[in-house]
Each structure stands twice: as structure tokens, then as C-alpha cells.
Design a protein around this ligand. Structure first.
Ligand SMILES: *Cc1c(COP(=O)(O)O)cnc(C)c1O
Length: 385
């Protein structure tokens, strides 16, 4: 098996699993209990909180654990919308957000909120002029993702947050694809809220956090006990939180050390495909992008057909975001960057990590060349014009 779908989820590092086991077996106390035995669980949660905060230059008490990236995104949008309703009911986001954002926006629209979806250019970068024209006195929140999950594009969030703040709006970023992979500084970038998820950086699934800048008022999303400073109820998932802290720390170190190698793999992949396959295009900015994320479109082919053929050879890749699988549609991101019709449906995403080898990349391209040629021969719609 060759796993090239690290944007969908990642393998947990052995060190991560090892760090979690004691909190299942030896220290399973409820962190909210006051007896001495529970203090180990409490200390472990706070150690993870400190490590995660450090990675984004936040303060320890600005990290709120959630059940993952989706909950963090829902909480940021709904919590801010409800809390700041006296300022207004207008929210700005982009057309290329993850469905955790877009479908939450649809929900808010159904509750009477107004959402503006900012366009992106052909590289997938936010149209700053449209943003400046769209923002208003009654805009409560601007939410733009840091790195896109389908095409890897990294946004200029420093400028976006500045525009938001100039109108007294808050700035949220979905950093699920970026967190622990690239440096983030919430203070320098003027971030008020940030979503992260453990399973996108070699941690356990079902664990994430929302960073909420001290002083930012937000309504609770999940009601119950007094956990997370009375803001997010529910007994903490202690083993997963411990694993998240460990995973983020290791991922950041490893990828920092291996960034040259990951970029090298990426270049080999792009170079070989460009040289050996006709009518291909690579999507997203080539400069402003997350390392190891490649979105490539093959003209006159169906991405799913290629994916199935690669699967028969044990290669895992994606036709875009995992949430789109099964839908006979081009992705909203591919549509937003105006990929020409003949290319749009033949889009695949390959995402590497630091464990992938040159040999795996070479094998994948060899099979891809074979599969694309075969499918094009079979395809009646393919015309060499
Ligand atoms: C995966 C992902 C999410 C959802 O995170 P989960 O932890 O899987 O709920 C949100 N946003 C982006 C950009 C993602 O890639």
C-alpha cells in the first residue's frame, strides 16, 4: 500500500500511541474530580494544552479542547454569530472553505444571518478587493482558512485579519491543514479564533481545539458541565488530548527537519508527471502552498476512474475533499479557481508526509502514466485536437 492521502488523515506516530496508553490504563481519573488520583489526568491535559499553545504562540488558557476540527469550526461561527448579534448578522467567508465552515454558514443563513462568500483567483488566493468592498459595520466575523485542504493554497491571513479588524470584526481561521505543519503565530497574524485537529497531524481522530484569544466573547456551543473554563462542556478526552499534544510537537519537529525532502518528493512528482503525461495542469499557487499537497487535473478524464485504477494497485489518493466522495460533481474549490471544464472532472489530490519515499513516488508516477494512457485510449470523448 502506498498512502498518499495525508490531507484526509494521517497515521498516528508510535510515540503518540505510547503516550496515550497510560491515560487509558493507569491514570484514567476524571480530570474534574478533586482527589489526588485525578490530578495526573488534569496535569496531562494541561501539559498538552501548553505544548499546543506554544506551537501557535498562544497563551495556555486560550486553548479549548473539542471533538475535532468540525466542532471547532461550528463553535467559532455559531458562537460568535450568537454572541455578537447586537453588532450585526453579517459574516464573511471564502468560496473554498471546508464543508465544516460552508455548511455551518448555510445553517446560519437559515437562521437569518447574511453570509458573503469571497471569490478566489485562479491560484486559489482570496480576492482582497472584493473582501474590502464586502466588509461592513455590521460584519461580526471574517473566517478564511489558512491552508486549503484540496489545493494546498496558503492565504495571506495577516492582511485579511487587518481588514477584518479595521471594521471591528473578529477574524477566525480554519488552520486544520496548516497546524503543526507550518509556523503559525496568532499574535503576529492578528488571529482571534483558530481551529485545529489532531488527526491531520499524526494524532488521534476525534480530537481538536479552538483557540480563542483572551478577551474575545463567544457563546457556548455545547452545554453541560464546567469543563474548559465553563465554555465547552463534556468530560475531556484525556488520552486523545495527550496524544494530540505529542503528535503536534513531533510533526512540527519532523517536518521542519524534513521540509527539503518533502519538497523534493513534490518536485520529482510534478516534474515527472509534466514530462510524461500530456494535457495535465497543477492547481493552486505554486509558491503559496503547503508542502506535500499536489492537486493535478488530467484533461478529458474522470478523477474517480483514475482513483479506482490506482486503488487496484494499492495507491491511496483522493478526488478532492473526502466529503465529496461518491458525489458526481466537480469540487467547489476546483470550480472556484476556474479550472477549465475539460480538466475539472479529472482532478486528483496527492498528499505526502515525511515517511513517503522517492521509491513510492516513482512507483506511483509509473502506474499513473500507465492508467492515464489506458483510460484515454478507452475514452470516446478524448480527442487529440
Ligand atoms: C479535516 C478538516 C476539517 C475537519 O476536521 P475533523 O477533525 O475531521 O472534524 C476542517 N477543516 C479542514 C480544512 C480540514 O482539512
Amino acid at each position: 500500500m502506498i498512502y498518499l492521502d495525508n490531507a484526509a488523515t494521517t497515521k498516528m506516530y508510535k510515540e503518540v500511541v505510547d503516550s496515550m496508553i497510560p491515560y487509558c490504563m493507569d491514570y484514567y481519573g476524571n480530570p474534574s474530580e478533586l482527589y489526588d488520583y485525578a490530578s495526573s489526568s488534569r496535569a496531562a491535559v494541561n501539559k498538552a494544552r501548553r505544548e499546543l499553545a506554544k506551537l501557535i504562540n498562544a497563551d495556555i488558557d486560550e486553548i479549548y479542547f473539542t471533538s475535532g476540527g468540525t466542532e471547532a469550526d461550528n463553535w467559532a461561527l455559531i458562537g460568535i454569530a450568537e454572541q455578537h448579534i447586537t453588532k450585526g448578522k453579517h459574516i464573511i467567508t471564502s468560496r473554498i472553505e471546508h464543508h465544516a465552515i460552508l455548511n455551518t454558514c448555510r445553517y446560519l443563513e437559515s437562521r437569518g444571518y447574511e453570509i458573503t462568500y469571497i471569490d478566489v483567483d485562479s491560484d486559489g488566493l482570496i480576492d482582497m478587493e472584493m473582501l474590502k468592498k464586502s466588509i461592513r459595520k455590521d460584519t461580526v466575523l471574517v473566517s478564511v482558512m489558512l491552508a486549503n485542504n484540496e489545493i494546498g493554497t496558503i492565504q495571506d491571513i495577516d492582511s485579511i485579519s487587518e481588514i477584518a479588524h479595521s471594521y471591528g470584526a473578529l477574524f477566525h481561521t480554519d488552520a486544520v491543514q496548516a497546524f503543526a505543519h507550518i509556523p503559525i503565530d496568532v499574535k503576529r497574524s492578528g488571529i482571534d479564533l483558530l481551529s485545529a485537529s489532531a488527526h491531520k497531524c499524526h494524532g488521534p481522530k476525534g480530537s481538536g481545539f479552538l483557540y480563542i484569544k483572551n478577551g474575545v466573547k463567544i457563546a457556548s456551543f455545547q452545554h453541560g458541565g464546567k469543563q474548559e473554563k465553563n465554555k465547552r462542556a463534556g468530560t475531556e478526552n484525556v488520552p486523545a488530548i495527550v496524544g494530540f499534544g505529542e503528535a503536534a510537537r513531533i510533526t512540527f519537529e519532523k517536518e521542519n527537519n524534513n521540509i527539503k525532502r518533502i519538497k523534493e518528493l513534490q518536485n520529482i512528482f510534478i516534474q515527472r508527471i509534466s514530462n510524461e503525461i500530456d494535457l495535465v495542469r497543477f492547481n493552486g499557487s505554486l509558491n503559496e502552498r503547503i508542502p506535500g499537497n499536489i492537486s493535478v487535473s488530467f484533461a478529458y478524464l474522470d478523477g474517480e476512474a483514475i482513483q479506482i485504477q490506482l486503488d487496484l494497485h494499492g495507491i491511496c489518493c483522493s478526488t478532492g475533499s473526502a466529503c465529496n466522495a461518491g458525489e458526481k460533481k466537480r469540487s467547489h474549490v476546483i470550480e472556484a479557481i476556474n479550472v477549465p471544464e475539460e480538466y475539472a472532472y479529472g482532478t486528483l489530490r496527492f498528499t505526502f508526509n515525511d515517511d513517503n519515499t522517492t521509491d513510492e513516488i516513482d512507483q506511483t508516477v509509473n502506474i499513473l502514466v500507465e492508467v492515464v494512457n489506458k483510460l484515454r485510449k478507452m475514452s470516446r470523448t478524448f480527442t487529440l485536437s
